[in-house]
Design a binder for this molecule. Structure first.
Ligand code: NAD
Length: 351
């Protein structure tokens, strides 16, 4: 099997590439622009198989995407390349519209041109998996879960740009027959997560005795999914998912942000004891504008139709993640020096 993974040098894309190359024996062509969020090192174990190649390109370059896809002849395209950080989408939405909307259009058109040249059996077997987020559904109250039928109601420039690209992906199936499948997943966490995101940011700040920024009262709820469970789900959806369908992916692990931060503090206190409990470092900061209160996924369709199950619960996944960060300062150390990790959240100290 040969796959193209866009955004394969990012957090989820690299986990998917590792899964495809190391566990499924697939050949993988990664297309990635190598923005600040990408690292070559996140691909290194997969590249050792000799079955992974990185092409550094911008997905918005449609003629080049068309040429790459026609040349590489993949059976599956996993489209993950995106601008992904909500805070950055608030301070600079333009890049989000460009990559997430225009870039997705470019990938769909390039895939369609290639797909039109295939024989009927190869056309039927081909899949374009558009990877998206549960943030397109907006915010939940105290009850209920997002299903595949939940109407779209995005709040941030990030989620609006992802919602727009989901609609394009579904239209390319309905209008042109391209075998597109869409997946919408909850918050991922795990190894190689860029240090600006909540779990790595808090882990590394706590390790260094720095303030732990928590938005508002910390009562926003997210449904956490271990990235390797997500990678398995994506491979399964691309192989067995029905064209035109959406599959929600979630770990059934709802936690408030404050619970997440406290769990990280407690695990670090256990592994690396210090005089003062790390919970004392928690600093509440002004809430993010348009901050959705609760996201939670109903993954019944994926579980029932395709037989997927999350293998990690939040406690086991978090332990693995923290252990990975403790062992991999060589990966995150240089990244910590290049990005803010608290400044824009209103913390006085630049960390
Ligand atoms: P990430 O920011 O870690 O990685 C994104 C990758 O895309 C980076 O390697 C970056 O260099 C690349 N990229 C960005 N713009 C590009 C362009 N114009 N051309 C080519 N490559 C480009 O993101 P992630 O967390 O791995 O998310 C991957 C996908 O999953 C995204 O589509 C995101 O919307 C979706 N998603 C993420 C989460 C999550 O919790 N991280 C949850 C739901 C959905």
């Amino acid at each position: 099997m040969k796959a193209i993974v866009t955004g394969g040098a990012g957090f989820i894309g690299s986990a998917l590439t590792r899964h495809l190359a190391l566990e499924a024996g697939a050949e993988v062509v990664v297309i990635d622009k190598m923005t600040y969020a990408a690292t070559r090192e996140s691909l290194s174990t997969a590249e050792k198989t000799g079955r992974v190649r990185l092409i550094v390109e911008d997905i918005c370059n449609q003629p080049v995407m068309t040429e790459i896809i026609a040349r590489e002849k993949p059976q599956q395209i996993f489209h993950l390349a995106a601008e992904s950080h909500v805070d950055r989408s608030i301070s600079g939405p333009g890049a989000f519209v460009q990559t997430n909307v225009v870039g997705s259009y470019s990938m769909l058109e390039a895939a369609r041109a290639y797909w039109a040249t295939l024989e009927r059996a190869a056309q039927d077997a081909f899949r374009f998996l558009h990877v998206s987020t549960d943030e397109v559904y907006g915010s939940l109250g105290a009850d209920g879960l997002f299903t595949e039928e939940t109407p779209y109601d995005p709040s941030s420039p990030y989620s609006a740009s992802k919602a727009a690209s989901d609609h394009l992906a579904k239209a390319w199936h309905r209008t042109y027959g391209l075998p597109v499948v869409v997946s919408n997943c909850s918050n991922n966490y795990g190894p190689y997560h860029f240090p600006e995101k909540l779990i790595p940011l808090v882990t590394l700040n706590a390790l260094e005795g720095k303030p732990l920024p928590v938005y508002g009262k910390g009562d926003n709820i997210r449904d956490w999914l271990f990235v390797e469970d997500h990678a398995r789900a994506l491979a399964l959806i691309a192989s067995k998912g029905r064209p035109g369908e959406t599959y929600n992916v979630g770990g059934r692990n709802e936690r408030t942000n404050l619970q997440v931060v406290e769990a990280i503090c407690d695990e670090l206190d256990r592994l690396r004891p210090v005089a003062e409990p790390r919970r004392n470092l928690i600093t509440f900061v002004t809430d993010r504008p348009g901050h959705d209160h609760r996201y939670a996924i109903d993954a019944t369709k994926l579980e029932g139709e395709l037989g997927w199950r999350a293998q990690e619960n939040f406690d086991s996944g978090l332990r693995k993640t923290i252990a990975w960060y403790l062992d991999n300062e060589a990966w995150w150390g240089p990244l910590r020096n290049t990005v803010y990790s608290g400044q824009r959240l209103g913390l006085a100290e630049k960390v």
